[in-house]
Ligand binder design. Structure first.
Ligand SMILES: [Zn+2]
Length: 118
């Protein structure tokens, strides 16, 4: 991901959150505090998930760039062979599923499939 690309996406998302909430409010002029809260939370959670995923991917890229020597199996210390990107699903604190495109490696010694440490 290019520098600044994530930020552009976030700005777009925040615009959508703002515009979407305004539009929703117009359609629901009598919404209760509770309904408004749920609506805003739901919209923000989409942006939240995106920001977490993008930020996590950034820090991960830095880790893999350290060099081949750093990529070792946590079980046996064997060398990892990079297998490219693979989807990994993580649960956020709020129970929301966050999907990351993560680098994936296979241990040449024990065959263990490993995602790099975070
Ligand atoms: Zn291993």
């Amino acid at each position: 991901m290019k520098k600044g690309k994530a930020e552009e996406e976030w700005k777009k998302l925040s615009d959508e959150v703002i515009a979407g909430t305004s539009a929703w409010r117009e359609k629901h002029p009598k919404a209760t505090m509770r309904e408004i809260e749920e609506e805003v939370d739901q919209r923000l959670s989409v942006m939240r998930a995106r920001m977490i995923a993008d930020t996590a991917m950034k820090s991960e890229m830095a880790e893999w760039e350290v060099g081949e020597k750093e990529a070792v199996c946590p079980d046996c210390g064997g060398e990892l062979q990079k297998k490219g990107k693979k989807k990994r699903k993580l649960q956020s604190r709020e129970g929301q599923e966050i999907e990351l495109d993560r680098e994936y490696g296979i241990c040449l010694k024990c065959g263990h499939g490993i995602f790099p440490p975070r």
